[in-house]
Design a protein around this ligand. Structure first.
Ligand code: KG4
Ligand code: ZN
Length: 356
């Protein structure tokens, strides 16, 4: 049995987990999260300086709690893993230094994990684990991507957002509506009681230079502007803002776009399985619409469990275990952190001569 102690600090959640893999089954021994959301919501978004400080304060307690709650000793673990890219550099550094220090002190291998590979691995913490190849819709605060996953961690990006990520659009529209950060859960709450057909917002397509559109790409900034214009027009007429209806109409069009483009991408590539992960994948309307649309097209759909959609360390541990199970993989202790790194070059994180 391989056991990984994993650390996630790429944004505003400090998290530590202990995850094991035995006979192809993942087991969660501890999953500790300390959210900084309340602190950042005062400022309407994540303040990088505050995030780094809070990670530094939280990690020792989270590691202690993970070990004592699981009953495991640190010497029982096989490896230590930390998120090293992409994210806020200062925040990533705290998790990376903590992970590398633990690995060095206890003479365990260290694995630097790409945050998006972590989100992709979150599906392995669910009951129904799909077999590659399959398509993944990864929708979070920083990314909206369609990624084809094949055996041996082969990831091919087939779709992306050209401006805001889906989660970012939720956060910005929530702000326009006077709702707090993070916007996704707040919009979901009020949208439940709104009329999703009340307002018609644009679906945002990205034009190709030679004509036509990129079929699997997204653009959410025009949608955000359309919501702003609608709010301004209602307010200029001194009418009360129909927050619930705007929220429901916005949530609905985002879900429609994500569902349509994901299904086209799956079918056009001759696949029959779709996986949905990332913070926005926790959205109830999107989950329901995606399930219904996939059922109509006989596509198998796997949704990351709600608790593993938003940032957590269990998914980082699962990604590290998948890497370990495919060979004697480790990162150099000299591997640093990077605000961005293409998934196409993910294997360079395991080279003895690290890329950053
Ligand atoms: O995956 P995540 O925790 O962090 C990133 O890697 O970015 O995603 C956070 C994003 C935020 O933008 C948040 O508003 C959004 O996920 N989110 C949601 C919901 N829960 C979180 N968006 C829509 N509906 C939700 N229920
Ligand atoms: Zn994330």
């Amino acid at each position: 049995m391989a056991i990984v102690l994993s650390v996630e600090t790429s944004c505003d959640e400090s998290a530590v987990a202990l995850v094991s893999l035995e006979h192809g089954e993942f087991h969660l021994h501890a999953n500790e999260i300390s959210s900084q959301v309340e602190e950042h919501s005062k400022w309407g978004g994540v303040v990088p300086e505050i995030a780094s400080r809070r990670h530094l304060e939280a990690l020792p307690f989270l590691i202690d709690r993970a070990l004592s709650n699981s009953g495991l000793e640190i010497d029982q673990i096989t490896a230590v893993a930390s998120t090293v890219t992409p994210g806020l550099t200062g925040s990533l550094l705290i998790g990376s230094i903590t992970g590398r220090t633990l690995a060095s002190l206890h003479q365990k291998p260290f694995l630097g994990i790409h945050h998006l590979e972590g989100h992709l691995a979150s599906i392995y913490l669910s009951e129904e684990v799909p077999k590659p190849p399959y398509m993944v819709l990864l929708v979070s605060g920083g990314h909206s991507e369609l990624i084809k996953v094949e055996e041996n961690q082969k990831f091919t990006r087939l779709g992306r957002s050209h401006d805001d990520a889906a989660g970012e659009a939720f956060d910005k529209v929530a702000r326009l509506l006077g709702l707090s950060y993070p916007g996704g859960p707040e919009i979901q709450k009020v949208a439940e009681f709104g009329d999703a057909r009340k307002f018609s917002f644009p679906k945002g397509r990205v034009s190709k230079p030679g004509g036509g559109f990129y079929p699997y790409d997204f653009s959410f900034s025009g949608l955000k502007t359309a919501v702003l214009r609608k709010i301004q027009s209602i307010e200029s007429q001194n009418q009360a803002l129909p927050i619930k209806d705007i929220a429901a109409s916005f949530e609905n069009v985002v879900a429609e776009v994500l569902v349509e483009r994901s299904l086209n991408c799956v079918l056009d590539h001759g696949l029959n399985s779709l996986v949905m992960v990332g913070g926005v994948a926790a959205n109830r309307r999107l989950r329901a619409m995606m399930k219904k649309a996939c059922a109509a097209k006989s596509i198998n759909i796997s949704l990351a469990p709600m608790e593993f959609c938003t940032d957590n360390a269990a998914m980082i541990g699962a990604a590290a275990l998948l890497r370990l199970s495919s060979g004697n993989v480790k990162s150099s202790l000299e591997l640093g952190v990077s605000a961005r790194w293409p998934m196409a070059e993910i294997n360079s994180l395991y080279k003895s001569n690290p890329p950053f």
